[in-house]
Design a protein around this ligand. Structure first.
Ligand code: HPA
Length: 270
């Protein structure tokens, strides 16, 4: 809590804006910051105790700006458990946003598609999630200031935000689906057998982020939206091997439409 409060005071000393809405921008999606008029961009390395990403394709800035009259906070890049960060570090940005007065958070990510007819370049609005990361970020001391010991997860992704995201993506001419995201630790991509099993469990997209952040956000009483950019077919869905290059290339190619979609979403959001 002390670390979070240090970071909070630092941000408050830099800006008077108090965004209700934030976006966490995943692999190759950092450029979505172009959707807003940037007022301030703070490198993660300057924020006390803030974890900094080591992954190519993940920038590291906390950006605050405006879209028309809406104040927005963007986390340009995130950190992952597979980089060696602790679960508490992974969810630090989500909790910081809450302490700064946040209400709604949109988690974006790049993910693999488990659906044969949802090719790379399509998007999935996350309706529900499966936690296969091997941990829960709330294990350990509970901070009552943030949320209760045993928190409800019966609407992990806000129905209202999900509907707005869906409409916005369709309007941006993205092939838009809705489904369950399964979160794994990585950093290895999955085996074909794992993907087959995940499909039986009901997953349509797989990735290495988002799930812990969604849990911490629900714990803190934030409303969550989830947007997966399907960057590749998951292991074994086609004969092709998986690579991080394919992931970043697809998110880059999908960027123009995603930028448009975020604009539409912000129009619905007000
Ligand atoms: N698996 C796990 N994480 C991912 C994938 C994938 O296929 N694509 C992008 N992130």
């Amino acid at each position: 809590m002390q670390k979070l409060n240090d970071a909070k005071e630092f941000i408050q000393s830099k800006t008077n804006l108090k965004p209700k809405l934030s976006f966490v921008l995943g692999s190759g999606l950092s450029d979505l910051v172009e959707s807003i008029n940037v007022e301030i961009s703070i490198p993660y390395s300057e924020i006390p105790h803030f974890p900094k990403s080591t992954v190519v394709g993940h920038a590291g800035n906390l950006v605050i700006g405006k879209y028309n009259d809406i104040d927005v906070m963007l986390f340009q890049g995130r950190v992952h458990f597979y980089e060696g960060y602790s679960p508490e570090e992974v969810v630090f940005p989500v909790r910081l946003f809450k302490l700064l007065g946040g209400e709604d958070i949109i988690l974006t990510n790049a993910s693999g598609s488990l659906e044969k007819d949802w090719p790379p370049g399509d998007v999935m609005i996350i309706k529900d999630q499966l936690n296969f990361s091997g941990y829960n970020p709330l294990i350990g001391t509970n901070y009552e200031e943030l949320g209760p010991r045993f928190n409800d997860m019966s609407e992990p992704y806000s129905k209202k935000i999900s509907a707005q995201l869906f409409k916005a993506c369709q309007q941006a001419e993205l092939n838009t689906h809705e489904g369950t995201y399964i979160g794994v630790s990585g950093p290895s991509y999955e085996t074909p057998a794992e993907i087959k099993a995940f499909k039986v469990l009901g997953a349509s997209a797989v990735g290495m982020s988002t799930v812990p952040e969604c849990i911490a956000a629900n714990h803190a009483g934030l409303n969550v939206g989830g947007l997966s950019c399907l960057t590749n077919f998951a292991s074994g869905i086609t004969d092709q091997a998986l690579s991080h290059d394919e992931v970043t290339e697809t998110s880059l190619a999908t960027k123009p439409k995603l930028l448009t979609a975020i604009g539409h979403f912000l129009d619905y959001y007000v």
